[in-house]
Design a protein around this ligand. Structure first.
Ligand SMILES: [Zn+2]
Length: 274
């Protein structure tokens, strides 16, 4: 049974994150720019906070669609990859109930949070503009820039990084659990940090930590179910790029030897390109 190879996994992982992030950042930027324009137009038509809120709120459904599609693609890639690594064969991602739940719940929650943040930004821009005595046109311009201007680029990147990483680590964990249950394997999982100058020290320390499938990782004194675990503190989660490799043990608890080591194939397969 193949063991997931750390270095090869990291190379695939980082490429997958970069591609997923680029895709979601592009879509997020497009949505934010559109919302900046419609907020500005709404304010010009009716210069009030509720009018602007309403038009921002209308964009929530678009966020939900974009996020759900992004989770589905990311989860499918990582799920296929995990199966190939652990079982040595390609198989279709099985969109089990928990995965469907993740996609719809996370899509709903995140689109709500993103919308709330945008509404809050708009409220502040309008209040500030009105108390400064700015004209309607000035406030409309400030809305367009404050939601869809250059600030949208960094916001889109943060959304893209967080959501891609979260879906990717979720997919690997769910798929590995499924493989363990279906094959009655004994499995462990190991925290893997990227280890470059952007890596948190605590995550570099966690690198190599191996725990049971149901056991939490101890990261800087905090229990995390996986990298990007949303129940963890933001300092331990935001912008994290860490990943996990999964190991199958034999019945004596030893790691099994690789037969046809399919890890040689990783990176060559077509599971990443979109
Ligand atoms: Zn990390």
């Amino acid at each position: 049974m193949p063991r997931m190879q750390r270095e090869k996994h990291l190379a695939v992982w980082l490429r997958m994150l970069a591609e997923g992030e680029a895709r979601l950042a592009r879509d997020s930027k497009r949505l934010l720019k559109a919302q900046g324009s419609s907020a500005a137009n709404a304010y010009k038509a009716s210069p009030s906070i509720p009018a602007v809120n309403e038009v921002i709120k209308k964009g929530e459904g678009n966020w939900q669609k974009v996020l759900m599609a992004h989770y589905a693609v990311t989860i499918k890639h990582l799920s296929d990859y995990t199966k190939e690594q652990l079982l040595g064969k390609k198989s279709k991602a099985n969109f089990a109930t928990r995965i469907q739940d993740f996609i719809s719940k996370q899509g709903l929650n995140k689109s709500k949070l993103i919308t709330e943040t945008t509404i809050e930004k708009a409220r502040k821009i309008i209040n500030d503009g009105q108390s400064d005595g700015d004209s309607e046109q000035e406030i409309a311009d400030a809305l367009e820039l404050g939601i869809g201007g250059s600030v949208a680029d960094s916001r889109a990147s943060t959304i893209a990084r967080t959501e891609t990483h979260n879906a990717a680590t979720f997919a690997m964990q769910e798929t590995s659990e499924e493989i363990q249950d279906q094959n009655s394997f004994q499995m462990t999982r190991e925290w893997v940090a990227v280890e470059d100058d952007r890596t948190r020290e605590a995550h570099a320390v966690a690198d190599g930590q191996e725990v049971g499938m149901d056991e939490p990782f101890d990261v800087d004194g905090e229990e995390l179910d996986r990298p990007g675990d949303e129940s963890g503190s933001p300092e331990n989660v935001i912008n994290c790029r860490c990943t996990v490799i999964y190991h199958i043990q034999d019945s004596q608890g030893n790691e099994t030897e690789s037969e046809g080591d399919s890890s040689d194939d990783i990176g060559a397969g077509g599971f990443i390109g979109e």
